[in-house]
Ligand binder design. Structure first.
Ligand SMILES: Nc1nc2c(ncn2[C@@H]2O[C@H](COP(=O)(O)OP(=O)(O)OP(=O)(O)O)[C@@H](O)[C@H]2O)c(=O)[nH]1
Ligand SMILES: [Mg+2]
Length: 502
């Protein structure tokens, strides 16, 4: 049985990669319901076309309006992206900055958003997705700081043009010095009365990081947006999923409702549109999948993030994982030694199911212990539990290429499971659940080194949590009361988008 599943899987892969169509093989929706554009060179980014072979089709369809908006965005990016005449002109304007920009209409000029996603892969992916949605809403071209490992991790998502910010971008040397106090930071300019609707700078720095100050929060106000809209170049550092606050800006809300009639699908669709692992990362995903996950009857992902300092293996976290997976019936109970013969007699006539558990963590001990538990003792249901952890690097090395490639491969693998357990507060888990279209069971954050009771809770949505919501004295102050926002299970002061409050 295991062999035939594996062979069938390989055949499907072969058919899809060689474009051979056979009646026996279901057609594969390579373009993800129209979300992805056709016309890419398949070999340069295998994940783009092969992902649909590894994923179940998403039950959530992108709206036609979103699809057409993405196609228009791609045209804009092609017209204004690196290497174009428009880009050269915009760069000159940035260097010389002597035009009266306030009098030029947006349509005449290409406008840009330079994304500097920061620290931690999950954080970066959430920041990028939020900024891309902002770019879509404001018709800006999004270019991404490539000095770290962007091109080692992700393929270009837009056809015929690069999303990487050219290395000779005139402000490259200044990017690292941009912070809350910088004279070009939006908050600082507001404080100094250095910006208003008639004094428009050629570029502006936006600090949308976890430590955003009160003035930064004005970014989410309608009247501030009318000023920011006129600035040709925005440089933004972000590590947050700030999409819920965009929803509170009235002029964006109308458009957002058309783009996403199902509010809980924003990250799901945009992440599947944007993030295509490079061939090197895809090799890691497919080799793990084919070796460990393809043959399973059921796949459970468990993402273990430990925040205590120092981090590492803790018995209370292990107990919490076992308690959650058993209480929620995600894994069968293992029998005690004296019960073994009883269990064996009970299950003689049953064909056992193979449940594969994919554990991701910086610490290998969690999967080691879970594996030992199921290796030593039979399960009450007779099912076989196999535990696999692709890596356990122990320490976070956020700027190391291979480390981050492994992290991306693991996020991707988690997104291919049937059911998912994640850790509270972890953006790593948020990305996996969103990509996978999975409502996870969240392991509550342990306090005082004890396993919480209950150990976990089923989330109400697959959307990521906005962990540090921006509230201020404009429209955004109504944030918590908006019918489409709800506090997160894993962080009471965080918010996320929902379709209904139930
Ligand atoms: N390979 C791998 N790396 C991990 C894992 N958990 C954390 N990391 C590393 O640690 C970083 C964690 O940053 P994020 O992806 O933002 O995840 P997070 O859980 O929100 O962590 P913080 O942002 O630091 O609070 C990743 O970029 C990885 O380098 C894991 O399970 N596997
Ligand atoms: Mg994070």
């Amino acid at each position: 049985m295991l062999l035939s599943f594996s062979n069938n899987f390989k055949n499907q892969l072969l058919d899809a990669t060689t474009n051979v169509s056979k009646e026996s093989v279901k057609p594969v929706d390579k373009l993800v319901g129209g979300l992805l554009a056709a016309g890419f060179n398949e070999d340069s980014c295998l994940s783009r076309n092969q992902s649909s072979l590894y994923r179940k089709p998403s039950p959530y369809k992108p709206s036609e309006y979103l699809v057409s908006k993405l196609r228009s965005y791609e045209m804009l990016h092609k017209r204004c992206g690196p290497g174009t005449y428009a880009y050269k002109r915009a760069q000159e304007r940035l260097l010389h900055g002597d035009e009266d920009l306030a009098r030029k209409s947006n349509a005449e000029l290409c406008q840009y958003i330079v994304c500097v996603p920061l620290r931690g892969l999950g954080n970066r992916m959430l920041g990028l997705t939020s900024l891309f949605l902002y770019a879509l809403l404001t018709e800006r071209v999004m270019l991404v700081d490539q000095r770290k490992d962007m091109s080692d991790l992700f393929c270009d998502p837009f056809p015929g043009s690069s999303w990487l910010l050219p290395l000779n971008f005139p402000l490259t040397d200044q990017i690292d010095s941009f912070n809350l106090e910088h004279s070009r930071c939006y908050g600082t300019m507001l404080k100094n009365h250095a910006i208003n609707s008639t004094t428009i700078p050629s570029h502006l720095y936006l600090h949308l990081l976890h430590d955003h100050g009160d003035y930064t929060k004005m970014f989410f106000c309608e009247k501030d947006q009318t000023v920011i809209r006129k600035v040709p170049w925005l440089v933004v550092k972000s590590n947050l999923y700030f999409v819920p606050s965009l929803w509170l800006i009235p002029s964006f809300q109308t458009e957002l409702i058309k783009l996403f009639p199902q509010k809980e699908t924003v990250f799901h669709h945009l992440s599947r549109y944007l993030f295509h692992p490079t061939n090197q990362v895809w090799g890691m995903v497919t080799s793990s999948y084919n070796a460990y996950l393809a043959r399973a009857d059921e796949r459970l992902g468990i993402q273990v993030r430990v925040y205590s300092r120092p981090a590492g293996y803790f018995q209370h976290v292990m107990d919490q994982i076992v308690a959650c997976t058993q209480r929620e019936k995600l894994l069968p109970e293992a029998a005690a030694q004296e019960e073994e013969s009883q269990v064996t007699n009970n299950n003689t006539s049953k064909i056992p199911k193979v449940k594969v558990v994919l554990v991701t963590s910086l610490h290998p001990e969690y999967s080691d212990n879970l594996r030992n538990m199921y290796m030593k003792r039979p399960t009450w249901t007779g099912d076989i539990v196999q535990v696999y952890q692709p890596s356990g690097d122990r320490f976070q090395k956020v700027d190391e290429k291979i480390h981050e490639q492994k992290a991306l491969a693991e996020i991707y693998l988690l997104s291919l499971t049937d059911k998912l357990v994640t850790s509270a507060w972890s953006t790593f888990g948020y990305v996996a659940q969103g990509l996978g279209g999975l409502k996870p069971w969240i392991l509550y954050k342990p306090e005082n080194r004890t396993a919480p009771d209950p150990p976990c809770v089923r989330d109400y949505s697959m959307e990521p949590c906005f962990l540090k919501p921006a509230l201020y004295g404009c429209e955004a102050k109504a944030e918590i009361n908006a019918p489409f926002l709800r506090h997160c299970h894993d962080r009471t002061w965080g918010v996320k988008l929902v379709d209904s409050q139930d």
